[in-house]
Ligand binder design. Structure first.
Ligand SMILES: Nc1ncnc2c1ncn2[C@@H]1O[C@H](COP(=O)(O)OP(=O)(O)OP(=O)(O)O)[C@@H](O)[C@H]1O
Ligand SMILES: [Mg+2]
Length: 294
């Protein structure tokens, strides 16, 4: 018999009975959570594609202790494929399976054009697979609406890109603050959280600076602060050190190590052996499939 997995979210009692994916997405969305009602228990089947919401408070729902102790992996890919239309169609990812547990630090390597960024876009809910399943925190993402996907993205996923993607005409502090708009961070906490995130990455002395006058390493540290401010469940990075010299890269990788030590789950795409050497797990994409390389 399949053992169910359990997730706990806070939702209004009126939401009892709606699909689990919707409730979880709404719980991750910005806005007030239900007051005074207590959390509801959301039951997610092992397959993740269906679920039910129990109207009773958590303590009333009988759960086995071992079931409480086994949270779903942050990321689970099952036979995932991504084909781009064309003549002939381009089968970039064919049959990719991967489990990323909480607290994992995984690097993804592979030749140019192998599909690394394609995979990251799918993991970040920026793109959809054409076959197979992607479960985020045990939730099947396949049939979610764009609105629900946005809510999950804002609340659970942090992104870091090679070219930083900071807003050039906004200060360092504003760049980080703006990331809280769709993240579920309460309004009253935003400034404090932004300041703390910037302190975390060693950028407190540059709050009023505009990104164009920062060094590459400083820009990437601001981008990391922006990515982690909402306490994401996973940080996705695509060639985060690709525009940095080796000394500056080492500083960003030290920061990743610290975040990992604090419990953050990281998936980092790189073609740089020194970057992949820092991670606990390495996977390689080639010919549309993915394998563990130790
Ligand atoms: N939207 C798209 N439409 C059609 N083809 C695409 C699209 N996005 C990516 N591709 C193709 O899919 C393949 C994989 O691209 P992807 O960007 O994932 O590679 P990558 O592994 O990240 O490469 P690099 O190391 O150069 O960044 C490439 O051949 C690319 O041209
Ligand atoms: Mg790429």
């Amino acid at each position: 018999m399949r053992k169910p997995r359990f997730r706990r979210v806070t939702a209004a009692a009126a939401e009892a009975g709606v699909l689990v994916d919707e409730v979880a997405a709404r719980a991750a969305a910005p806005g007030p959570t239900a007051g005074g009602l207590g959390p509801l228990e959301v039951l997610v089947e092992d397959g993740g594609s269906t679920g039910a919401v129990a109207a009773a408070p958590v303590d009333v729902v009988a759960l086995g202790p071992e079931e409480r102790a086994t949270p779903a992996p942050v990321i689970e890919l099952r036979g995932l494929g991504r084909t781009f239309p064309g003549d002939p169609p381009l089968h970039v990812l064919r049959d990719v399976s991967l489990v990323v547990e909480r607290g994992d630090y995984v690097t993804v390597v592979g030749p140019s054009g192998a599909g690394k960024s394609t995979l990251l876009h799918i993991l970040g809910l920026l793109d959809r697979p054409t076959s197979g399943d992607y479960l985020l925190d045990g939730l099947a993402t396949r049939d979610l609406s764009e609105q629900d996907r946005s809510a999950l993205r804002g609340g659970r996923i942090g992104f870091v890109f090679q070219s930083f993607h900071l807003l050039p005409h906004r200060s360092v502090l504003d760049n980080v603050l703006l990331a809280t708009l769709y993240s579920g961070v309460p309004r009253t906490e935003r400034r404090e959280r932004a300041l703390a995130a910037l302190e975390r990455v060693g950028m407190s002395h540059r709050l009023d600076f505009m990104p164009p006058v920062l060094s590459g390493g400083e820009r990437q540290r601001v981008a990391v602060a922006r990515a982690v401010i909402a306490s994401p469940h996973v940080l996705l990075a695509d060639e985060p050190t690709g525009n940095l010299d080796s000394a500056t890269s080492a500083g960003v990788l030290d920061l990743f190590d610290e975040l990992h030590a604090d419990g953050l789950t990281l998936v980092v795409i790189t073609h740089d052996a020194t970057v992949s050497a820092r991670a606990r797990r390495r996977v390689r994409i080639a010919d549309g499939t993915l394998r563990e390389v130790g």
